[in-house]
Every structure is written in C-alpha cells, then in structure tokens.
Design a protein around this ligand. Structure first.
Ligand code: ATP
Length: 235
C-alpha cells in the first residue's frame, strides 16, 4: 500500500533521514520506534507532504506521491494525527470533526461518519458543543484521531498518540486504534515513544537510529530481540 524507497529528508541543512526504505501492506499496523530525535516524526511528515524528501520515492498504491501537496495526499487516502494533537481549541468538538471532512462533498455520509466517531468515543458525543480547548489531553487525542478519520483514510499516520496520557486513557485509545484497524481495515503507521506498547499493537516494526533503519522484523520478534529490549524496552 505504501512504500518508501530510499528517501532522504532534510530540515534546512540538516540531513535527517538517510536512504530510508519501508513498506506497509494493506490492513497492516506497522510501527517505527527510535530515540528522541531519531527522525520518526520527520518520516511521517515526509509521507504526508509537510516535509517532502529531497530524493527517493514514496509510492501510495503504486502512485508516486513525494511531490504532491498535503491536501492532495489526504484526498488519496492518507491522514495524519500530528504529534501534540493540534486540535482547534476555539472550535467545538463537532466543528473540529467537520473540518476533518473539509475536502469531502458527500454531506449525508459526513453526518454518518461523525456519528461513527461518537460511537467510537462516546465522551466526544457528550462534549460535542464544547470548545476543543476545554477537553482533557485524552479527549483531545480522541478528537484528533476522529478528525483524521473524517477524511476516510485508508492509511492513518499516528504520531505519539500516548504522549502525556495516563495509562488507563492510553489503553482506551490503543483499544480503539486496534478496532479501527480490524473493523474498518484501515492500515496504521504508528510512531510511538512507548516502544513496548507500540510493538504489542503492531504487526511489524522498524527501528530507526539517527535517521537510518537499522532493523525490521515482526513485532513479536522485535519484542524478544535482546538489542531492542536493552535499547528501547528497558529490560
Ligand atoms: P521525538 O520523539 O523527539 O519527536 P523524532 O524521532 O520524532 O523525535 P524528529 O522530530 O523527526 O525526531 O527530529 C529529527 C531531527 O530533526 C532532530 O535532530 C530534530 O532536532 C530535527 N528537526 C525536527 N524538526 C525540525 C525543524 N522543523 N527544523 C529543524 N530541525 C528539525
């Protein structure tokens, strides 16, 4: 479904991603784990067109997307839930969800999809008229995920969904991430500091060190890999 072929991405003069290649098959959950500053967020930003690679290719269902603007990439079926959620704090929950569908024209289906979001996270239904800025961190994360779902993605990019959240809320959110994958068939590209949680959620994982993939395997094998355990799982 998605293939990154030898991409090199820069922030100004800083060469962040070096010949990075990875792939996600339909219906898969993959995770990218790595230390702070390894380049995980930059990888997601390369895919969604915010920081396009200077060289290499990104193919989505066989089509090169590395030169397309972000809105076009969303239309093709890739949505991102950014690090830090970035919800519109002055707008209501319902308005945030409507904005997630701003590239769609199918009004009736949009209403149904909003109800689907409320079914996934009933607390959002209770808070539908409240400004996004009044929500707790966990509720904002739920809203950010639903706002991305409102674009009807086939591939969802998630950047640090557990950041700053209590374990119980994190569990609730990850249960829903698995449900979105299983029931809707949405493929998921998960970037997560919590490597143990990420690998327990994913089918396969890639390990990123200083902008280079140094290892990739099934999530089960990575969880039992001694080097991964020492470096990322605190075992
Ligand atoms: P974290 O978990 O801390 O978010 P990360 O693995 O997601 O880390 P990135 O955020 O992709 O890493 O950052 C990779 C490198 O790029 C770091 O050295 C970072 O300082 C640098 N960087 C990231 N964003 C920018 C930017 N907008 N301008 C300049 N340098 C940046």
């Amino acid at each position: 479904m998605l293939e990154l072929r030898g991409i090199n991405t820069f922030h100004g003069k800083i060469h962040v991603l070096h010949d990075l290649s990875l792939q996600i098959d339909e219906g898969e959950i993959i995770t990218l784990i790595g230390a702070n500053g390894a380049g995980k967020s930059t990888t997601l930003m390369s895919v969604c067109g915010i920081t396009p690679p200077r060289s290499g290719e990104i193919l989505f269902k066989g089509q090169p997307i590395q030169r397309l603007p972000s809105d076009k990439i969303v239309t093709l079926g890739i949505s991102q839930v950014p690090e830090g959620r970035r919800i519109f704090s002055a707008l209501s929950v319902a308005e945030n969800l409507e904005l997630g569908a701003y590239l769609r024209r199918d009004k009736a289906q949009i209403r149904q999809d909003i109800e689907h979001c409320y079914a996934l996270f009933p607390i959002l239904a209770q808070r539908r008229s409240q400004p996004g800025g009044n929500l707790s961190g966990g509720e904002q994360q739920m809203l950010a995920i639903c706002r991305a779902l409102m674009a009807r993605p086939q591939l969802l990019l998630l950047d640090e969904p557990s950041m700053g959240l209590a374990p119980l809320i994190t569990k609730q959110i990850f249960d829903i991430i698995r449900k979105i994958n299983k029931e809707d068939g949405t493929a998921i590209f998960l970037v997560e500091q919590n490597a143990s949680l990420a690998l327990k959620t994913a089918d396969r994982g890639y390990v990123l060190e200083n902008g280079r993939i140094i290892l990739h395997d099934t999530a089960t094998n990575l969880l039992s890999n001694k080097a991964v355990q020492t470096a990322y799982l605190g075992i």
